[in-house]
Design a protein around this ligand. Structure first.
Ligand code: ATP
Ligand code: MG
Length: 348
């Protein structure tokens, strides 16, 4: 019989922490790629990471619970299609927690403490030695989130790259300990495959205040669901060039958040270059340039806001989507856990 080589399906997975509504950083960092992948990949999964959100919100489960539907509605309104993407809730797939426990043996405490993402998030949250163990360990849990679905493509913002790198170290260790040997390149083979992060068009969108990252936790963002008045008010507060006080003065474009955003969201690049030149030379006020940005943002997300309002009117339907997705996700997770137990020789 001829040997038939079965092509592995291309699987994508992404997720959000239900810690707040989604902002422009999510949109350019990850959502745009999610939308592309739900058509390009053979299967895509979208996870609402409530277990991960609890690692730094243990005292506030209501916040996490309330935001589960919010992030789901944000994604659906942005174009995620539940018939193409399996949308599920992390805590309802306990096999992920089970896999996390086995992965914990493959990572050292020193390595976790060195993870640059964890380090900077710990700093933002004011954790030092009193960091919750679950928070320090979240990269292990995130590896399990991805690998239990055998996802190879993971759309993320740049801040998540060190977490993916750590997940790939787990893949390597797992396959070395419980795998089937090395391939021609000397890589260990087994149940899991290396993960490829897919960074968005804007790897890291700065916050309104000019800080390194727009983030739900830092509350320095424009949310996709913000209404026109809120968007306009927030753009007015944006960090520009602090030395550009009068319209006639020459201003700085670099490091000026309004121009950083215009570079991303203004489609008329020729006009934008003219405006930059005018701002640099003097004669273009912050008020005018902010009005241009605000109008662009208001228009870009108008359709989103309409779709979101429609979803808000029937939250039960959104919950049913998550329930159905969770059921499907759980089947896949169960099957992978059987393979894992077999590979680890704990399939009694
Ligand atoms: P939290 O502060 O609770 O961690 P967050 O704003 O960082 O919230 P997450 O839910 O952690 O949001 O991130 C979801 C996805 O969006 C991740 O892939 C992350 O890399 C990406 N992302 C978040 N913020 C940005 C940003 N400012 N620019 C680009 N991508 C981002
Ligand atoms: Mg985050």
């Amino acid at each position: 019989m001829p040997h038939t080589h079965e092509k592995k399906p291309h699987i994508a997975l992404t997720g959000d922490r239900p810690t707040g509504k989604l902002h422009l950083g999510h949109f350019v960092g990850s959502i745009q790629n999610r939308l592309k992948l739900q058509n390009d990949a053979d299967q895509s999964f979208y996870m609402i990471a409530d277990v991960q959100a609890l690692t730094d919100n243990a005292d506030n489960p209501e916040k996490v619970r309330n935001n589960v539907l919010e992030v789901a509605m944000d994604n659906i309104a942005a174009g995620l299609d539940p018939t193409k993407t399996t949308m599920f809730i992390q805590s309802l797939v306990p096999e992920i927690a089970e896999l996390t426990v086995y992965f914990m043996n493959l990572v050292t405490l020193a390595r976790l403490k060195r993870n640059p993402t964890v380090k900077s998030e710990m700093k933002d949250k004011g954790y030092e030695e009193d960091v919750p163990a679950g928070f320090l360990l979240y990269p292990i849990s995130q590896a399990a989130d991805i690998l239990i679905f055998k996802a190879e493509t993971v759309p993320v913002g740049e801040d998540q790259l060190p977490v993916i790198e750590q997940a790939n170290e787990i893949v390597d260790k797992f396959n070395r300990f419980y795998g089937t040997g090395e391939n021609a390149d000397g890589e260990a083979e087994g149940v899991f495959q290396k993960i490829i992060p897919l960074v968005g068009a804007t790897a890291r969108l700065v916050g309104l205040d000019g800080s390194a990252k727009m983030s739900k936790s830092l509350d320095n963002g424009i949310y996709l669901s913000d209404n026109e008045a809120t968007i306009r008010a927030k753009v007015k507060q944006m960090y520009t060039d602090p030395d550009h006080i009068h319209k006639e003065q020459p201003g700085k474009v670099e490091g000026n958040v309004v121009f950083t955003y215009l570079d991303i969201f203004d489609e008329d690049k020729a006009r934008l270059e003219e405006l930059k030149a005018q701002y640099r030379a003097g004669g273009l006020g912050d008020v005018e340039i902010k009005e241009r940005l605000a109008t662009i943002l208001v228009d870009s997300f108008e359709e989103f806001r309409m779709r979101r309002s429609a979803l808000e009117a029937d939250k039960e339907a959104v919950m049913r989507i998550l329930e159905a997705g969770t059921e499907r996700a759980r089947e896949v997770a169960r099957a992978t856990m059987q393979e894992v137990r077999k590979a680890m020789h704990i399939d009694y």
